[in-house]
Design a protein around this ligand. Structure first.
Ligand code: N2P
Length: 380
C-alpha cells in the first residue's frame, strides 16, 4: 500500500489551517458564486468500452437536456496516464479501485457531494464496504458502477474438439504449457491488464494474488514466458468480438465481456457457443468506480449522471445488457434471472470467499511489474 509522505500531509494540513483561519476573502465568495452558477448542458464521460446499455445515455439526455460526449478506453493505465497529466476535459471517469486508490493519493479526484446523490441509498452496502476498506475510505470519492472477475472465456466446441476433458474451470487452461499448447491454433488471448493477470498467475501458483515479493513476480513471469508462444495477443477489448465471431477460442477475459461475446454469437446465429467460468482456484476481483476529476468543468452534471446511474431501473438496464454485477442492491430484483442466477456473474457465497480484490501496488513494485510485463508481451 502507498503511504502519503508525512511532509506532504503536513503541508496539506498547514494550507488547510491557514485557509480556515483567514476568514472568507472576496475570492472565495466569487468561487462560491461560480460553484452555484448553472453549468452548460454538457457532460464529458470517459468509460470502459462495452460498458453501458446503449440507450441509457440518450435517455439521460432526454430527461435532463444534458448532451453527453462519451469516450471509451480499455485499460486503467491509459486512463491513469491522462488523469495524471491533467486537463483531460473529462467530468466523469471510471477507474478500477486499485488505480483509484493511488489517483486519490495524487489528488486527482474530487470529494463527492453526497447531497447531490439522492439515490445513494440504492448502493449495495457489501460492495461499498469492500471499496471503502480497500480503496476509498468512507466512499468519499467514488460510487461503485460494476464489479467482476477475470476468468476462462472459451469456445465450447473448439475447446472440446481439441481436448475433450479440458479443465475449462481452471487457470491451467492458460498457464499449463501442455494444455494451452493444444489451443494455440484456434486463438488464445490474455487481457492486457498487468496487475490483474499477474494476480491470476499467482493464484494458479498457490500464492497471494497481491504479493509484491520479487521472487513471486519472477515465478509468475517464468510461467507466462513458458506459455507465451501459444498466446496470439494481449488485448482487453477486441477479444469480445474475436470470441463472438470464432476468431479466438480461448481468452482470459472479464466476466461480462465474455458473456457479451456469448450474446453476440447467439444474435449472429453463427453457431459459436461461448462460455465463462470463474476458475476453481479462485479469481481476481475488480471494482470499477464512478469518480469526478478535480478539474472537471461540469461537476454538477457529473453528479446528476452518477445519480441517474444509481437509479435501480437504470442500473438493472445496464447489468442486463453488459452482464456485469453492479454495486446497486435495489436493482437486483429487476435484473434478468439469467444474469443474477449465473454464479459466474453473481458468485455463490463460497466462491465469493475465494475472490481476491486486485489491490494497489506500491510504486516500486509497479515499476518491476511494468518491466516484467513488457518482457512477457515481447516474449523476451
Ligand atoms: C468493460 C471491461 C470493464 C472491466 N469492457 C474491467 N475493469
Amino acid at each position: 500500500m502507498i503511504n502519503v509522505p508525512v511532509r506532504a500531509a503536513a503541508a496539506v494540513l498547514i494550507a488547510f489551517t491557514l485557509a480556515a483561519c483567514s476568514g472568507k476573502p472576496a475570492a472565495d465568495k466569487s468561487a462560491e458564486a461560480t460553484a452555484n452558477a448553472p453549468e452548460e448542458k454538457v457532460l464529458n464521460v470517459y468509460n470502459w468500452s462495452d460498458y453501458i446499455e446503449p440507450g441509457v445515455i440518450a435517455a439521460f439526455t432526454k430527461e435532463t437536456g444534458i448532451k453527453v460526449n462519451y469516450d471509451v478506453f480499455d485499460s486503467n493505465e491509459m486512463l491513469e496516464t491522462k488523469l495524471l497529466a491533467g486537463n483531460t476535459g473529462y467530468d466523469l471517469v471510471v477507474p478500477s479501485g486499485s488505480f483509484l486508490y493511488r489517483q486519490i493519493k495524487a489528488g486527482v479526484h474530487s470529494t463527492l457531494d453526497k447531497s447531490q446523490l439522492s439515490n445513494l441509498g440504492n448502493a449495495d452496502p457489501a460492495i461499498a464496504g469492500r471499496v471503502a476498506k480497500a480503496f476509498d475510505t468512507d466512499n468519499a470519492h467514488s460510487v461503485n458502477y460494476m464489479w467482476g472477475t477475470s476468468g476462462v472465456g472459451y469456445n465450447v466446441k473448439k475447446i472440446k474438439e481439441r481436448m475433450p476433458n479440458a479443465p475449462v474451470d481452471s487457470f491451467a487452461m492458460f498457464y499449463d504449457p501442455k494444455i494451452v499448447s493444444k489451443f494455440a491454433d484456434c486463438g488464445v488471448m490474455l487481457l492486457d491488464a498487468p496487475s490483474e493477470v499477474l494476480g491470476t498467475v499467482l493464484i494458479y501458483l498457490g500464492k497471494d494474488a497481491n504479493s509484491e515479493k520479487p521472487e513471486d513476480l519472477a515465478a509468475a513471469e517464468k510461467v507466462l514466458l513458458s506459455v507465451r508462444k501459444y498466446i496470439r495477443n494481449f488485448n482487453s477489448s477486441a477479444y469480445i468480438e474475436a470470441l463472438a465471431n470464432g476468431e479466438a477460442c480461448l481468452a482470459l477475459g472479464w466476466s461480462g465481456d465474455v458473456l457479451q461475446a456469448k450474446s453476440r454469437a447467439e444474435s449472429a446465429k453463427n453457431g459459436v457457443e461461448i462460455s465463462y467460468n470463474v476458475p476453481k482456484e479462485g479469481a481476481v476481483m475488480f471494482f470499477d468506480q464512478l469518480a469526478i476529476p478535480k478539474d472537471a468543468k461540469h461537476p454538477k452534471n457529473a453528479h446528476l449522471f452518477i445519480n441517474y446511474l444509481l437509479r435501480a431501473d437504470v442500473a438493472a438496464k445496464n447489468s442486463n445488457f453488459i452482464q456485469y454485477a453492479n454495486g446497486n442492491a435495489a436493482s437486483k430484483s429487476m435484473i434478468d434471472a439469467s444474469v443474477t442466477g449465473n454464479p459466474n456473474v453473481y458468485p455463490s457465497e463460497a466462491m465469493m470467499q475465494k475472490l481476491v480484490p486486485d489491490l494497489p501496488e506500491s510504486p516500486e513494485f509497479n515499476r518491476l511489474l511494468t518491466r516484467s510485463w513488457t518482457r512477457v508481451k515481447t516474449g523476451q
